[in-house]
Design a binder for this molecule. Structure first.
Ligand code: ME8
Length: 507
């Protein structure tokens, strides 16, 4: 495993409030960050807000407030939402932060100095929703494929970044590094984009038309806007933390498929021009629809994370998002599907294992852990099922296949529930001579719970913590993933009473 993990989410536009899409990418980043921290890797997760540009200025105008007040308000809402959802980010980057502005101006000045930024004429079809120019070929029936709106024709003198100059080097890098863009389908898409004529990247707007941007240090009549400003957040964040040397290159940029081209084409060319090594990996996620339709305010089907958290709890929401979408592919969100997962995997699976283990321990031994011996081959098979789950989880997470990783953990949880049914301690307990074996079976069940809680901790942090508490296990011991089976609990250790981790929801 790498010596550090620096994981980023996109910085979200402040013209919309957090919804299930931004929540998904942030949950993925948070789960991965926790996964690495749990394995002792120095980890930084960064998220934030993208606050400059035409569409933000427009939204502020519509709200009847100044852009500054507008962005302060929405950025605070993002932060508060992620805090309420328990996201453990280490850095929250706002592009209106003066330290970010200064960083961007420094890069602009250097690139201008080496003639990688020049003054030219800007003409083309511009989509304000995407804040970028489109070629005729990229449009669908003359409309932006994402927003289904007609782009505006623009023509004005502006500053350009020499993207073409670095294009071949980026292509060679992607060809040489199969892991650079994941999943492979998006890698192929980028390689074909890079075979075409890209042109250079317009990076400015005349200030008289757009004042809500970052002033170019070499021409105060112009500002830079969205992409040149936003992408640099991944570098300015570590610089603000004073950890640029340690954290760059980023180990993983997580994005949605809508912003593939800026991240896989604009950003690496910018990095090469500015003399930075390229980031290690781009993880491209699919899109959530809502009830079979694209999420939109006008359709009234925008799914809000806090409403779901209040209704079902944050862990069930996290579980559903990570389990029901194969990372990279699209998926559909419905509350029914969430409830199905909650009842089947959480309540019947993990929740059941927790409640029956603690209830039987209480009933037969007053919550006291017994000797793990006598050992039966079934006990060893159970321990092996959890060792396999751990290995499979690590491999699947490396592949960003969260749904499969969780599937591997649940195979072990199912094996544990089957172990209880097969070993039937509730039957053996009727025979006083079998008491030592009943004690050993329950010790194994407690071990299964301990390892289950450790494995699910990055994905279901609140539940893992509740299980840890119920088991009466010290945090230092819980943090150790490599604890041998049977070594976590001394004979005589006291467990807490049964808990109802995931109450069933009637649909
Ligand atoms: O594009 N399903 O910001 P943005 C899944 N500021 N993920 C979704 C989603 C959906 N329906 N909708 C949005 C921007 N996302 C720029 C980024 S980065 C330097 C600048 C997620 O607020 C997904 O991760 O439009 C997508 O890439 C991101 O939100 C876009 O957020």
């Amino acid at each position: 495993m790498a010596d550090h993990a620096y994981i980023t989410t996109p910085i979200y536009y402040v013209n919309a409030e957090p919804h299930i899409g931004s929540t998904y990418t942030t949950v993925v980043a948070d789960a991965l960050a926790r996964f690495h921290r749990q394995r002792g890797v120095t980890t930084v997760m960064q998220t934030g807000t993208d606050e400059h540009g035409e569409k933000i200025a427009e939204s502020a105008r519509e709200a009847g407030v100044s852009p500054r007040d507008f962005v302060d308000d929405v950025a605070a809402k993002f932060r508060a939402t992620w805090d309420s959802c328990g996201m453990q980010y280490d850095s929250f980057l706002r592009t209106s932060d003066p330290r970010h502005v200064e960083f961007v101006q420094g890069v602009l000045a250097r690139l201008h100095e080496k003639d990688d930024i020049y003054f030219g004429s800007y003409e083309g079809l511009y989509c304000v929703g995407c804040e970028r120019l489109y070629t005729e070929k990229e449009l669908k029936d003359g409309l932006c494929p994402d927003h289904l709106t007609k782009p505006t024709e623009v023509s004005e003198p502006n500053y350009f970044f020499r993207m073409e100059k670095y294009k071949d080097a980026v292509r060679a890098h992607i060809e040489k590094n199969p892991r650079f863009i994941h999943p492979e389908g998006y890698r192929n898409e980028v390689l074909s984009i890079l075979k075409e004529d890209l042109g250079d990247l317009c990076i400015s707007r005349p200030k008289e038309r757009l004042s809500w941007g970052i002033e170019l240090p070499f021409d105060r009549d112009y500002v830079t806007y969205v992409w040149f400003d936003a992408l640099l957040n991944y570098l300015s964040g570590p610089a603000i933390l004073g950890r640029e040397q340690e954290l760059w290159p980023a180990t993983l940029h997580l994005i949605g498929k809508d912003i593939l081209k800026p991240h896989a084409v604009f950003w690496p060319t910018m990095l090469l021009a500015a003399g930075y090594p390229l980031y290690e990996r781009l993880g491209v996620g699919g899109f959530w629809s809502s009830g079979g339709h694209k999420m939109s305010k006008s359709l009234g089907n925008v799914v809000r994370p806090l409403e779901l958290r209040d209704k079902y709890g944050m862990d069930p929401l996290r579980y559903f998002l990570l389990r029901d979408m194969a990372f990279g592919q699209d998926a559909d969100f419905t509350e029914e599907a969430l409830v199905t997962r909650l009842n089947a995997d959480l309540a019947n699976g993990l929740g059941n294992l927790v409640s029956r283990t603690l209830a039987m321990s209480k009933k037969y031994f007053d919550g006291e852990i017994q000797d793990v011996r006598p050992i039966d081959p079934a006990d060893e098979a159970l321990a092996r099922a959890f060792a396999r789950a751990r290995a499979e989880l690590d491999a699947q997470i490396d592949n960003l296949a969260f749904h499969r990783g969780l599937g591997a953990i649940w195979e072990a949880i199912d094996a544990a529930n089957k172990y209880v049914a097969d070993q039937a301690p509730f039957k053996l307990a009727k025979d006083e001579d079998q008491k030592p074996r009943v004690g050993a079976i329950l010790h194994n069940c407690v071990e299964a719970l301990r390892v289950s809680a450790q494995l699910v901790a990055p994905f279901l942090p609140e539940s893992a913590e509740r299980i840890r508490e119920a088991l009466g296990l010290a945090p230092e011991k819980f943090a150790r993933l490599d604890l041998a089976w049977g070594a976590a609990f001394e004979t005589g250790h006291r467990l807490g009473g049964p808990i109802n981790l995931f109450p069933r929801v009637e649909s």
